[in-house]
Design a protein around this ligand. Structure first.
Ligand code: CO
Length: 134
């Protein structure tokens, strides 16, 4: 069921500084910032030859990454995202296997305009796992 690694997401306090670090120090191709108010984040994508890094900064009062940054003031790996062919089928399979899907359990449109869902870190080795329909 689980497919390619789509991205690794890193939560940061200062998106401009983080973008500059990847662009200027590491020589990476870095996208313009994209605000996703419904997810409470601003994202920048760092393009690597085989995958992407998603830099995530909080947006708004109730950002889901605010508590993460309180616990990790220097930033840190927030989630990994893998692709699935059929997100509804993946969701149904995971629920029947006892895994917990965060939020309403319904896929939402993520940073790439494709449906995504998040799985509870306690069910996946302490790592927040995002699934994105390929
Ligand atoms: Co993501």
């Amino acid at each position: 069921m689980i497919g390619r690694l789509n991205h690794v997401a890193i939560a940061v306090r200062d998106l401009d500084a983080a973008s500059a670090r990847y662009r200027d120090t590491l020589g990476a191709r870095v996208s313009a910032p994209l605000a996703l108010p419904e997810h409470g984040v601003v994202t920048v994508f760092v393009e690597l030859p085989n995958t992407k890094i998603e830099l995530l900064a909080p947006l708004g009062e109730a950002s889901p990454i605010a508590t993460f940054l309180e616990r990790n003031p220097d930033g840190g790996i927030h989630h990994i995202c893998c692709e699935v062919d059929d997100i509804q089928a993946a969701r149904d399979h995971l629920l029947s296997a006892g895994a917990r899907v965060l939020g309403t359990g319904e896929p939402r449109i993520g940073a790439h305009g494709k449906p995504v869902l998040f799985l509870h870190p306690k069910d996946f080795c302490g790592t927040l796992l995002e699934l994105e329909q390929a």
